[in-house]
Each structure stands twice: as C-alpha cells, then as structure tokens.
Design a protein around this ligand. Structure first.
Ligand code: HMG
Ligand code: MG
Length: 303
C-alpha cells in the first residue's frame, strides 16, 4: 500500500475545541473563527453541535453560529446531532451535513449521550434515515476506539462492529476517535486492516487526540495503510467534557506541517490556519498546544 498523495483534513476546532473550554465564547467570535478557518482552504469544518444545552452549554448558540457563518462553496460544515431533536434543529438552521456519535465503550457512551451503544444505534437509524431523505451528508463517530476513560476494555472487534452498523445505516464516512489520546501505532496497525475487511478504507477517517503525544505517530501509521482522511484542530484545541483527562486534538498546524513536508497535498494554507488559531487564542486568553503553531509564532516574534 502506498502512502496517499492527497489527504483530506477535517477541522474540529470550533466544535471539539470550543466544547471543552471553560469559558463560553461569544457567538460573534465563534463566527469569526470559523470564517477565518474557511479562508484557509479546509474542505470540512465542523461548526457546532445541536446537542442538549444542558450537556454542552458552550455550544448552546448553535443555531446562531450556524446561520451567521459564511459558507464557502465546496466546504462541508457538519454539526453534531445526537437525536432527531438535534437533527430538526440543525435542519432549521440550514445544515446540509451532520454527524452522529457513539463509541466502542459502554461506560463512555452512557456518560456522553445517556444511551447504551445499542440504543445509540437505534436512535441514529432514525436520524440517518431522516437526514438521507433530506439529501444530507452524514458522518458517524466511533469514540474511545483505543481506550476508555472509565477503565472498561475496548476491543478492536467492537470498534469494527459499531463502525459497520453506522455504515450499514447509511453514514457516508466513519471517523474513528481516540477520544482520550491513549492510542499507539501498533493499535492502528491492528485496527485498520480489521476495519478494511468490512468498510472501504476511503470512507474511514481517524480522529486522534494528542494527550500523550502519539497523535502524529498514529497518523503516520494510518497513512501507511492508505488512510487519507484525518481530523485535527486549529491550534490543538479540543477534548470531551464527558471523557475525564481528554485534552486537545492533534493540532491542524502539526498535521499540515508533517503532511506538506512529506509532499502530501491537502489544499490547505497552513499560515491561514495559524491566523485563525491566533485569533481564537486571543479570545480564549490562553496558550495553544500545537507545536507547529507555537514554532510559527516564535518565528514571527523573532523577526
Ligand atoms: P438525555 O438527558 O438523556 O435526553 O440526554 P432526553 O431526551 O431525556 O432530554 C433531556 C432534555 O434535553 C430535554 O429538555 C430535551 O428536550 C433536551 P427538558 O425537557 O429537560 O427541558 N434535549 C435537547 N435539547 C436540544 N437539542 C437536543 C436535545 N436532545 C434532548 N438535541 C442527550 C441525551 C444525547 C440529548 C445528551 O446526553 C447530549 O446532548 N449529549 C451530548 C454530549 C456531547 O455533545 N458530547 C461531546 C461530543 S462527543 C465527542 O466530543 C467525541 C468526538 O470528538 C470524537 C472523539 O474524540 O472520539 C466526536
Ligand atoms: Mg474528539
């Protein structure tokens, strides 16, 4: 298997990133952040979540954010929808792409969406059918694929089983999440061929959190198997409030730096992602964790 020449980078900062911030960001700042990300050439920007505002108060303004962002032609702006209520809110705001989300760990699924894995599959069947009747594009997440924050064992067979069920109900793409950033490349080497027996690899994305610094090593492993879709987050924002210890996603700048250095095209302008990160860092008032972002900022300061 040769390494892909083009990789699709899916931006998580406005959703996975801002859901995990202690402070609630003003709607206009979220809109500006997403508009800056749109200017960078990113092909998919997860915009917000139509979840319970009690579960994620940080994204309670989902409808306002979604209606106010500038939608760039050819860019997908998926939103998280945990149930039909979320889907109806998303449709009312004009969303054309959604994401449903479950996991390979029962304990995490219960904490995150108050369902068993089986209940989540049944719930999503209705969500995905309804979305497809409305010509929407649907992503399915399988979280905790490399380990659970609650100590329950996660087997690769369970990841494959949940992924297959999401695919069978009509999801267009499956994103495999290392929610708490515990995965290592040998796990990727085991998981990808197992997934590939049931699902075309062109439909599989990986979503690595960089909690223990293994995210880029895992991307490199997945590239060797032909995976060509990766999730990452501007500046390295991210984490799930229902996964204790989960910190930021792989930084988009880190991912782009490595891919571009390897001669892999993405169509994304790294300096423009940095501009978006710089803007949101100013709003948040704290440092961002992406190493490539930090290096770029140091280079600017040294001039
Ligand atoms: P529940 O309490 O079991 O739901 O929550 P319910 O149906 O009993 O409803 C309770 C209340 O919520 C009701 O309101 C509903 O109307 C309302 P009340 O009568 O009490 O006033 N409600 C809603 N309101 C707005 N939009 C909705 C909605 N649904 C119900 N869609 C539920 C179940 C799934 C709703 C809740 O647990 C939830 O919203 N969870 C979302 C958690 C979340 O967003 N987690 C982070 C995203 S996942 C992640 O980060 C991982 C990922 O990045 C990949 C990775 O890293 O692995 C994707
Ligand atoms: Mg995540």
């Amino acid at each position: 298997m040769s390494i892909p020449r083009f990789v699709t980078v899916c931006e998580m900062g406005a959703r996975d990133g801002l859901q995990n911030e202690h402070s609630v960001i003003r709607t206009e700042d979220k809109v500006r952040f997403i508009d800056l990300l749109s200017d960078s050439g990113l092909p998919l920007i997860e915009a917000t979540s139509f979840v319970s505002p009690k579960a994620i108060p940080q994204l309670a303004d989902a409808a306002d954010v979604f209606t106010q962002i500038r939608k760039r032609d050819g860019v997908r702006y998926p939103v998280l929808t945990p149930n039909v209520k979320g889907l109806e809110r998303a449709k009312a705001a004009g969303a054309e792409s959604i994401a449903v989300f479950t996991a390979a760990s029962e304990a995490f699924t219960k904490r995150n969406i108050n369902m068993t894995i089986d209940e989540s599959i049944e719930t999503f069947r209705d969500v995905v059918r309804n979305a497809k009747e409305n010509n929407m594009w649907v992503r399915g997440y399988v979280s905790t694929a490399f380990g659970s924050p609650f100590g329950d064992a996660v087997q690769p067979e369970k990841v494959v089983d949940v992924s297959r069920k999401l695919m069978d109900m009509g999801c267009d793409e499956i994103s495999i999440g290392d929610t708490i950033g515990v995965g290592v490349p040998s796990q990727v080497d085991e998981l990808v061929p197992a997934l590939g027996r049931d699902i075309p690899l062109s439909k599989i994305a990986f979503h690595f959190h960089d909690t223990r610094g293994t995210a880029l090593a895992n991307v490199y492993a997945a590239l060797q198997h032909g995976i060509a879709i990766f999730d990452s987050s501007s500046g390295g924002l991210g984490g799930c409030p229902y996964a204790p210890g989960a910190t930021g996603n792989l930084g988009t700048e880190d991912l782009l730096y490595m891919l571009h250095g390897m001669g892999i095209e993405t169509g994304v302008d790294l300096a423009k992602v940095r501009d978006a990160s710089r803007f949101i860092a100013g709003v948040l008032g704290h440092e961002l964790t992406s190493k490539a972002y930090q290096a770029l900022e140091r280079a600017v300061a040294a001039k």
